[in-house]
Design a protein around this ligand. Sequence first.
Ligand SMILES: Nc1nc2c(ncn2[C@@H]2O[C@H](COP(=O)(O)OP(=O)(O)O)[C@@H](O)[C@H]2O)c(=O)[nH]1
Ligand SMILES: [Mg+2]
Length: 245
Amino acid sequence: MLPMDTSTLPAMVQKPATLLGNKLFQMASANDSKWQKDAADQNFDYMFKLLIIGNSSVGKTSFLFRYADDSFTSAFVSTVGIDFKVKTVFRQDKRVKLQIWDTAGQERYRTITTAYYRGAMGFILMYDVTNEESFNAVQDWCTQIKTYSWDNAQVVLVGNKCDLEEERVVSTERGKQLADQLGLEFFETSAKENINVKAVFERLVDIICDKMSESLDSDPTLVNSQTKGTRLTENPNPQNSSCQC
Ligand SMILES: Nc1nc2c(ncn2[C@@H]2O[C@H](COP(=O)(O)OP(=O)(O)O)[C@@H](O)[C@H]2O)c(=O)[nH]1
Ligand SMILES: [Mg+2]
């Protein structure tokens, strides 16, 4: 059995003071005042770390602000210094705390530090329906997820800016086709008009919860046993990733 490195565990944890998330929680709280504030609310059953990835300017930051704060600004504000936002949702009788990470401009280089992927349980892979290049980059982003994330990470493909119908260059059909090909669920959204934003997060949480129950059904000791915790570590070459790319 490999020694367990809890720093690489996905955030599929129960209360942070308990079980496998303990070390992860302590590490984050040491450096981050936002985290300390939000961590004070320990009234949740699960915490999931989610990432929004995709080319620069597809609308990731806007999407996060729309969901977390219900706000939108048409000014392009380059993402600097924002690490994550926290939001708690109720799904399947569970109070699920979401820690949603934005990419802080790193996406410009199409490579994001592997530390960013560490521990993520879900990804929103976003392109812009008015930008062909962002659509063509989806495959690359998918490969990055497959390479750097936990093998059970769940991914939803999102075509954002669907409010800009006249400027659209990627049809809904092509989006769906690519999603099918990659084995992902698919949504078209508008952070501006608040179309499908909540639906994307809720669906992602649901598929993570379903995946978790499947894992727990097949091995109920998975979450509760520290010794079996090795199975939750990252796998750089996943065999059963939901992402088929
Ligand atoms: N029309 C429209 N514009 C959007 C939408 N989402 C984002 N934008 C705009 O697209 C630009 C880039 O958005 P931003 O969230 O900074 O993209 P990021 O680089 O992926 O974080 C900004 O000018 C936003 O106002 C949307 O759903 N519809
Ligand atoms: Mg941004």
